[in-house]
Design a protein around this ligand. Structure first.
Ligand code: SAH
Length: 212
C-alpha cells in the first residue's frame, strides 16, 4: 500500500512513509473488513454510518499539513483513531526516546470514542493520542492555539472556532461543502489576523455534525 501511495506521488516525505509503515491499519478497522485493511478504500466504521478515510486521502492531508515534532495538533473527527495515530507517529516516532506531547483528537460519537481508544491501546499509541468526546466544530479552546488542524468530516463552511484556535503561521486542512457526494478540500492558513483559504481538490467525506 505504501509503495502504491509513493508511486502515485501522494506519499512524498520519508517521515510520512515511515508512519504509514509503522502504524498497523488492520488494528483500526472492524473485524469484518480486516482483509481490506491495506486496500486504498474508505471502510465502514461498524454500523455508525461513518467511515475510516481511504489511506490515499489521509496521506494527502498529512503531507499537506507538513507536520513537525514541536507542533500542537488537533484532529476533528477521530473515528477509528487511525489518522491521529499516523499523525502522532510523524511528530513523535515510536522509535525515539520520550514523548513530548500528545495529538488531540475530538470525536462526537461515544461508540467511536471507545473504539478509537481501544485501537490506540492495541497499537501502543494511547500515550501519544488523546481522544476527547465532544463537538469538534467548537475546537478545543483549552489546548489551543494549534499549529495544525486536520478536519476529517465535511463542514458547510470553515467553523469560526477552528480558525480562532489556529496559531499564527498555522494551517488546517478541511473538506468544505454542503453536498454529501462532493466537497472541496481546502488549505486554511493564518498569518497574524489574516486567514486565507485555498482549494486543493474535490473530495467526498461524511458530514461534520454542526450545531445543536
Ligand atoms: N479520521 C477518521 C475517520 C473519520 S470519519 C479515521 O481515521 O478513522 C469522520 C468522523 O467525524 C466520524 O467518526 C464522525 O462521527 C466524526 N464527526 C462528525 N461530526 C463531528 C463533530 N462535530 N465533532 C467531532 N467529530 C465529528
Amino acid at each position: 500500500m505504501v509503495s502504491y501511495l509513493k508511486s502515485l506521488g501522494i506519499i512524498t516525505s520519508e517521515r510520512v512513509e515511515r508512519a504509514f509503515l509503522v502504524i498497523p491499519r488492520e488494528e483500526f478497522v472492524p473485524e469484518e473488513v480486516r482483509d481490506q485493511a491495506y486496500t486504498d478504500t474508505p471502510l465502514p466504521l461498524m454500523n455508525t454510518g461513518q467511515t475510516i478515510s481511504a489511506p490515499s486521502m489521509l496521506a494527502y492531508m498529512v503531507e499537506a499539513l507538513d507536520l513537525e515534532s514541536h507542533h500542537n495538533v488537533l484532529e476533528v473527527g477521530a473515528g477509528s483513531g487511525y489518522g491521529a495515530a499516523v499523525m502522532a507517529e510523524v511528530i513523535n516516532p515510536s522509535s525515539s526516546a520520550g514523548i513530548s506531547h500528545k495529538i488531540h483528537a475530538i470525536e462526537i460519537d461515544p461508540r467511536l470514542v471507545s473504539f478509537a481508544k481501544g485501537n490506540l491501546q492495541k497499537c501502543g499509541c494511547s500515550d501519544r493520542v488523546d481522544i476527547i468526546l465532544g463537538d469538534g466544530a467548537l475546537g478545543l479552546p483549552e489546548e489551543s492555539p494549534f499549529d495544525r488542524i486536520m478536519v476529517s468530516a465535511a463542514a458547510t463552511s470553515v467553523p469560526r472556532p477552528l480558525t480562532d484556535q489556529l496559531a499564527d503561521g498555522g494551517t488546517m486542512v478541511i473538506p468544505v461543502g454542503g453536498s454529501s457526494w462532493s466537497q472541496e478540500l481546502h488549505l486554511v492558513r493564518r498569518s497574524g489576523t489574516e486567514i486565507t483559504e485555498e482549494y486543493m481538490m474535490d473530495v467526498i467525506f461524511v458530514p461534520l455534525r454542526e450545531g445543536p
